[in-house]
Design a protein. Structure first.
Length: 232
């Protein structure tokens, strides 16, 4: 591939593989002699491509590194490909920095508490770097912070969770979901458990659903109820 060609590459904004234009290309090759008798050498190549997405125009740098000693089981060279910025795990929820909806009085914006947006950003940063254990610990801290914000300091996770349910913030079924979510973070901290990508995706889905229900959907439902004409 040369400068001006079209290639497939990951786009964070489009969230997937998309066609990209190679805007600029820089390539270097190297060789290093490691023995004179018998003669032997290792070699490699570094290829830097400045890519522009054909869909959203986002620009990304792709670095492809080749080393003659890095091969698969069949002896074929395996290139190492790195993107700058790195590929995102997935898009954060749209409501993270404010949810907008229409009410009888006009446009209303719901802002989440600062600690939620801050911890969510840190969790997603860990996910983008494939630090799944750190992300699980962050989710655990986030859930505990939410419970303390709603019911106050109660001493332990189980006491927080019991009070959280007793105050009507969650049902018994939701409590079981949260307990499973908390256990992933607890195991990551105390038992050396490393959650898989699928595990952390499920944990994040459950956490974001709870946040949306508590902070976003609740306000939207109240606004919707005001718009509905009363029964005669």
């Amino acid at each position: 591939m040369e400068q001006g060609d079209i290639v497939k590459a990951h786009c964070n904004l489009c969230a997937g593989e998309r066609k990209h234009l190679i805007v600029h290309l820089h390539q270097t090759k190297w060789t290093d002699e490691i023995s004179d008798d018998p003669p032997a050498c290792i070699y490699g190549e570094d290829r830097y491509e400045l890519l522009q997405c054909a869909g959203c125009d986002t620009v990304t740098l792709r670095h492809t590194s080749i080393h003659s000693e890095i091969t698969d089981d069949e002896g074929r060279i395996v290139p190492a490909i790195t993107y700058y910025p790195p590929p995102t795990f997935r898009r954060p929820p749209k409501w993270l920095h404010g949810a907008t909806f229409q009410t009888a009085e006009g446009i209303t914006i719901i802002w989440l508490p600062e600690f939620i947006t801050r911890l969510m950003r840190e969790i997603y940063t860990a996910l983008h770097g494939e630090c799944y254990s750190l992300a699980a610990m962050g989710v655990r801290a986030l859930l505990e912070s939410i419970m303390i914000e709603r019911v106050g300091e109660r001493g332990s996770f189980q006491q927080h969770l019991a009070a959280f349910q007793a105050d009507g913030h969650i049902s018994q079924t939701q409590r079981q979901v949260i307990e499973a979510t908390l256990e992933v973070g607890h195991a990551s901290i105390h038992r050396g458990y490393v959650p898989s990508r699928d595990d952390i995706t499920l944990v994040l889905d459950m956490t974001e659903n709870m946040i949306e229900t508590l902070y976003i959907s609740h306000e939207q439902a109240a606004a919707l109820k005001k718009k509905i004409p009363p029964r005669r």
